[in-house]
Design a protein around this ligand. Structure first.
Ligand code: PEP
Ligand code: MG
Length: 594
């Protein structure tokens, strides 16, 4: 009889292959007493291990750079920072000196101490540090006790990777040609391992406590990454059903990818501007610009976060200029530095805040530190001479913040002009709508901006009072909440009355199930992670504007998220499946919004 193990659906997709057990934790380490005259020599071993892990992490980063998003590659920067943290290294040395233990033991103890501190932290991002730390400890021990780089392989056969945990360094040593899925005992949907699995397109389920005990090494299993279930000893008819679904999944992916160069218009000819979100110049360089209208959100803070100090004005000019040159006349929307909240800057002392998400972040911080703002805006202005540039302010809550920034911009342009420094005088200036109060102050803000862009990631968290990074309330974070949809409708309407463009750059812009609703509400510009663009394009090419309006009106009249989902299921899914129908006429099913 089929046995089902339920876990957390961490990365979508279906996989069928034998489960192969891997041991990703190093509990068994050698242990010996270090004599007084050997203490220094023992401490010196640490340096060699740090060098070797540094090299290993850099090569993983390079290897994965082409396969995963820049933001995800940065997970390894966080690990690198731990690896070179002086306090961490000194504590390990201190442990050797004090207890005369070997380096492996010292490492294990220090890692365990730090780990328990991180694990007790409120902030989910900080808790995630515990896994990074464990990973660093494990890699250091690995560098000491093994020679050469181990690879998780099943001797060249396809496999489902099963382990206690999937850590960032594991992503670098998978047999990527043959790994079909990942299943682990620990981890959450937003743990770094899960993020990397999604980025690599590997179906994954995490949080199945007893996965190592309940599965047999080498036994065939089905991993359903959409439902978060592993099926063991599947019945022949179940296996046949999943095999059919797997085939469909493959043909759907290739069909969607083929359509991405088609025009971004609804069947009745309404043009929709699909744009990309980017976090770095390398992200921009990787875009297939022919499939999109430009860059709707360039999160500039990531270039600040990966450094050890503020980038200089020259460094910023060269970075922004390069992005604009690559975009080749298509707009690049630079968002002013949006640090604070869950995005700390290591080298800039931030206060300890009880509610950082409601604290000193985004434009508030920029206005309190005019140096940061002036330097960045001046750099963006200089880059504007090379193409089409837009500037966007994050976390705005009042008209006065916008007016102050506009004055800064005017002053900077006057200075540049006086000094004969080229810039584009038609540079567009806009704000993000991320805080609910914006809905009531938009009428006074719209006249002083050229465009608005709705940051639904934050807007939803503030509207519903649900922390976007808190797993415990993750189920309540639902952009299909009719109240959220009504707010989105109001924003689109106000922008349209004022004759200003309104776009969406939060995650829902890339969720194709939302596309007809967003078009129906009046949005004509959607900016998203580029990987989602082909699906969104196919969806908008499937519904006329009038149909979108009818769907949006219906969504607005409903009273619960489940009712909205049900309606989308009945109105959108049949057409979507029809679009995905294979050339042989076989139906291609795909799950509805879950
Ligand atoms: C948003 O809040 O929707 C947004 C796009 O900004 P970020 O995700 O960077 O906070
Ligand atoms: Mg935001």
């Amino acid at each position: 009889m089929t046995r089902r193990l339920k876990g957390i659906a961490a990365a979508p997709g279906i996989a069928i292959a034998p489960v192969v057990h891997f041991h990703t934790t190093l509990d068994q380490i050698p242990m010996w007493k270090v004599e007084d005259d050997r203490v220094e020599a023992e401490k010196a071993r640490l340096l060699g291990a740090v060098t070797s892990v540094t090299e290993n992490l850099s090569s993983i980063q390079q290897e994965l750079a082409g396969a995963i998003g820049k933001q995800d590659v940065r997970i390894y920067d966080a690990q690198m920072a731990i690896l070179h943290d002086e306090t961490f290294l000194k504590e390990i040395e201190g442990e050797i000196e004090q207890h005369k233990c070997n380096l492996e033991v010292a490492l294990q103890r220090v890692v365990a101490r730090y780990e328990s501190v991180f694990e007790q932290m409120e902030n989910a991002a900080m808790r995630e540090r515990a896994a990074d730390l464990r990973d660093i400890g494990r890699q250091l021990v690995g560098a000491l006790v093994t020679t050469g780089r181990q690879i998780y392989t099943a001797n060249g056969a396809d496999y489902l990777f099963a382990a206690d945990e999937f850590l960032p360094s594991d992503a670098g040593i998978l047999d990527r040609e043959h790994i079909r899925g990942i299943v682990t005992a620990h981890g959450g949907k937003y743990s770094h391992g899960a993020i990397l699995a999604r980025s690599l397109g590997i179906p994954a389920i995490v949080g199945i406590d007893k996965v190592m005990q309940e599965t047999s090494n080498g036994a065939l299993a089905i991993l359903d990454g959409d439902a978060g279930v592993v099926l063991l000893d599947p019945k022949p008819e179940e296996l046949a059903d999943y095999e059919r679904r797997l085939q469909e999944q493959r043909s759907v992916e290739s069909r969607i990818a083929e359509l991405r160069f088609q025009p971004s218009v609804t069947p009745d000819g309404t043009k929709v501007r699909l744009m990309a979100n980017a976090e770095s110049v390398q992200d921009v360089a990787r875009l297939e610009l022919g499939t999109m209208a430009g860059i709707g959100l360039f999160r500039t803070e990531f270039a600040f976060m990966e450094r050890r100090q503020f980038p200089t004005e020259e460094e910023q000019v060269s970075m922004y200029r390069r992005a604009v040159e690559i975009a080749d006349g298509k707009p690049v929307t630079f968002r002013a530095l949006d640090v604070g909240g869950d995005k700390p800057l290591g080298y800039f002392k931030m206060p300890d805040e009880r509610n950082p998400v409601l604290g000193w972040r985004g434009i508030r911080l920029c206005l309190d530190w005019p140096d940061i703002l002036y330097t960045q805006l001046r750099a963006i202005l200089q880059a504007s001479a090379e193409g089409h540039v837009r500037i966007m302010l994050p976390m705005v809550t009042t008209r006065s913040e916008v007016v102050r920034c506009r004055e800064v911009l005017d002053q900077l342009t006057a200075d540049l002009r006086a000094n004969n420094v080229p810039f584009d005088p038609r540079i567009e200036f806009g704000v993000m709508v991320e805080v609910p109060v914006m809905v009531s102050v938009l009428p006074e803000i719209l006249p002083v901006v050229d465009f608005v862009s709705v940051g639904t990631n934050d807007l939803v968290q503030y509207l519903l009072a649900v922390d976007r990074d808190n797993q415990r309330v993750a189920k309540m974070y639902d952009p299909f909440h009719p109240g959220v949809l009504r707010v989105l409708a109001q924003i689109a309407e106000m922008a349209s009355e004022a004759g200003k463009s309104a776009s969406i750059c939060g995650e829902i812009a890339g969720d194709h199930w939302f596309t007809p609703v967003l078009l129906g509400l009046g949005y004509r510009e959607l900016s998203m992670a580029p990987v989602f663009l082909p699906r969104v394009k196919l969806m908008l090419r499937s519904f006329s504007l009038e149909e979108c309006r009818v769907i949006a009106r219906r969504a607005l009249s409903l009273h619960s998220t489940s009712a909205v989902r049900k309606m989308i299921h009945s109105e959108v899914l049949p057409r979507w499946s029809e679009q995905l129908r294979g050339s042989d006429g076989s139906p291609a099913e795909e799950g509805a919004p879950s």
